[in-house]
Design a protein around this ligand. Structure first.
Ligand code: PAF
Length: 284
């Protein structure tokens, strides 16, 4: 497994593979890898000759009050896991390499509409930071295919929309959320949970599961959402949002929409957790 920290070296490696007629599959990450990332890598490996994983904690997607400085970093352990998973290349540029004049001086990509709701409302600028860095990473790695986890459901839609709008020549593949045995969605930020918070955290996925099970027709959505929000608060969360939206654009569903998703963001003290459950309304 090769480890590259220079953008020029990554671009040269991608050129060499492409010249040889070989395809590249790419999994972008911010490191601190867990089984969810490794599931993406394992699915990636069968899709192309070469699998590249980036490790870059992107300052552009953290707000001033957020955890950029303390975000868990575990580069050596991450590389060990990626080598064991059969990755060809780790791309790990420095912040200075990616943003030589600082992130705020960098050209940015704003994906309208889909970036403005839910996470976008609660984390202003977040999706501009994500779209900008993913575009930059695509320009370094030049992938044929890129793989993202549906745990970040809205992020997947933002990336798909950016690829479509900017005519980028990369296929986006999204894969279902990986969960702990009790249902908690895997996330690097789960590392912040103490034992008591970990016991509460699992109730987020349980509550979303109950919310989805309670909805059989569009007329039941509002009541079920209010009930879910109250239940989450009773369980000890502060609720940023819990909603049912349509899968394709996260807008409020019309009566005819059947492909829906339950999404929630909650806080346990300073720790913010998100989760989602996509579902089809069979009886609509
Ligand atoms: O999902 C993540 O880990 C990040 O948002 C990503 C896609 C690696 C961009 O920094």
């Amino acid at each position: 497994m090769i480890i590259l920290d220079s953008i020029a070296a990554m671009q040269q490696q991608a050129r060499d593979w492409r010249r040889a007629g070989e395809q590249i599959v790419f999994v972008p990450t911010m490191g601190n890898l867990h089984a969810g990332h490794i599931a993406l890598v394992e699915a990636a490996r069968s899709q192309a000759e070469h699998c590249v994983v980036s490790i870059f904690v992107n300052p552009g997607q953290f707000g001033p009050e957020e955890d950029f400085a303390t975000y868990p970093r575990s580069f050596d352990a991450d590389c060990g896991k990626l080598k064991a998973a059969g990755v060809d290349c780790v791309f790990a540029p420095s912040t200075e390499a990616m943003y030589p004049e600082g992130k705020d001086a960098c050209t940015s990509i704003m994906v309208p509409g889909i970036s403005d709701v839910l996470e976008g409302e609660h984390r202003p600028g977040f999706f501009t930071g994500v779209a900008t860095v993913v575009n930059k990473l695509f320009n370094c790695v030049r992938p044929d295919i890129a793989i993202f986890g549906e745990k970040d459901f809205q992020q997947c839609l933002v990336i798909q929309r950016m690829v479509r709008d900017l005519d980028l020549s990369v296929k986006i593949v999204t894969l279902p959320t990986v969960r702990e045995a009790d249902g908690l969605a895997l996330s690097s930020r789960n590392a912040y949970l103490n034992a008591e918070q970990r016991q509460i955290a699992v109730r987020l996925s349980i509550c979303l599961g109950r919310l989805v099970a309670a909805i059989h027709q569009p007329g039941e959505i509002n009541f079920a959402v209010i009930h879910a929000s109250q239940e989450l608060e009773q369980q000890g969360f502060e609720v940023d949002y819990v909603v049912i939206r349509r899968q394709r654009d996260l807008q409020v569903p019309a009566a005819s929409d059947t492909a829906l998703v339950a999404l929630a963001a909650v806080r346990l003290g300073a720790i913010r957790l998100i989760d989602n459950v996509p579902f089809i309304l069979e009886n609509a």
